[in-house]
Design a protein around this ligand. Structure first.
Ligand code: NAD
Ligand code: DEZ
Length: 321
């Protein structure tokens, strides 16, 4: 007998608790490995799924959205960013799109701050040195870092994560500058200084951290001119999206010594990122893991399932995008 539960496709691996809920509350096909877009489209059709749960690895461009079967009512992203899919094309086909804001804000800001501190304080170089043998390098003048406390931090994208980053920076006595599409209300600014353009802000940023969405709408924010506009010795942090950065320009700025260091969680190509970054000592690298704690991944998956439960029960989604 067919199950009375809503049919869904979970195209990415979920945490244990979310997997159990998906099995209990839905007639769910659960991916054992993260699916590609083509695999997700085929599985959704075969299972007659009403809803898809995807992550950023399922790239649904306009052509892929056009191939999704019409019985798909909802594409629920288990991520806050949705630049991996064409939300306009989905809407044009009458499909709802949701994301998972808020639940990953703190973890993402924590990792951005970790990258900031590690890049300034050469954490990875010291750690590698300890494993090779302490005596080899400590005390050399070229092993000195940059003091993060009291520095001027520029934030582009003062939304949920940008503001959580600012909150952390205040604890380190930093002066905070920001550029956002719209200026924030004073109670949200909390003393952060607004710049109407990124170009005007860059020359003042000893540290720059990106927190705006990626994709076509944002374009390439950090090109050669933008890196050149940062003061010499600046530190660059990106947990937003690799598409915001001209990586050749960033590599040049790091190699020439114009930038002191960078901390990067996101890349133009993932997972096949430009390995020239790995050859540079002044880059601290993480593999797109800003939200990757058990608590946060649980919360993201549960939120995506909450959105699916609402829509398949005929209610409005919690997090429409
Ligand atoms: N590395 C990771 O694992 C990870 C995890 C979570 C989020 N992210 C990225 O962080 C981004 C921000 O997430 P959020 O929850 O803070 O989103 P948000 O919507 O709360 O904040 C984004 C802010 O950027 C501003 N903005 C948008 N376009 C802009 C532009 N062109 N110029 C200036 N400002 C612009 C918006 O006005 C908004 O205030 C996500 O879109 C995602 O790409 C990455
Ligand atoms: O935008 C987001 O929410 C993040 O990029 C997302 O959390 C990353 O998730 P993953 O790459 O593990 O699918």
């Amino acid at each position: 007998m067919p199950s009375p539960l809503p049919r869904i496709l979970v195209a990415r691996r979920l945490t244990q608790a979310a997997t159990e809920r998906a099995r209990r509350d839905f007639d769910a096909i659960l991916a054992e490995q993260d699916m590609t877009a083509e695999e997700a489209i085929a599985a959704a059709a075969a299972h007659q799924a009403e809803a898809l749960l995807i992550g950023p690895k399922v790239k649904l461009d306009e052509a892929a959205i056009a191939r999704l079967p019409a019985h798909v009512k909802l594409i629920a992203n288990s991520s806050v960013g949705y630049d991996h899919m064409d939300a306009e094309a989905a809407r044009a086909r009458g499909m709802l799109v949701t994301n998972t804001p808020d639940v990953l804000t703190d973890c993402t800001a924590d990792l951005a701050f970790l990258l900031l501190l590690a890049a300034c304080r050469r954490a990875h170089e010291y750690e590698a040195l300890m494993r090779q043998g302490w005596r080899k390098g400590l005390g050399l003048p070229d092993m000195l870092g940059v003091r993060p406390s009291g520095k001027t931090l520029g934030i582009v994208g003062m939304g949920r994560i940008g503001r959580a980053m600012a909150q952390r920076a205040r604890g380190f006595g930093m002066r905070i500058l920001y550029h956002n599409r719209n200026r924030l209300a004073p109670e949200l600014e909390q003393g952060a200084e607004y710049f109407p353009t990124v170009a005007e802000m860059l020359p003042h940023c000893q540290i720059l951290s990106l927190h705006l969405p990626g994709g076509a709408r944002s374009g390439v924010l950090m090109d050669r001119a933008a890196f050149a506009a940062l003061p010499k010795g600046a530190v660059f942090v990106n947990t937003a999206r690799g598409s915001l950065v001209d990586e050749d320009a960033l590599l040049e700025a790091l190699t020439s010594g114009h930038l002191f260091a960078a901390g990067l969680d996101v890349f133009r190509k993932e997972p096949d990122y430009d390995t020239r970054f790995a050859a540079l000592p002044n880059v601290f690298l993480t593999p797109h893991v800003a939200s990757a704690t058990l608590e946060t991944r649980d919360a993201m998956a549960m939120r995506a399932l909450d959105n699916i439960a609402a829509v398949t029960a005929g209610r409005a989604p919690l997090d429409p995008v």
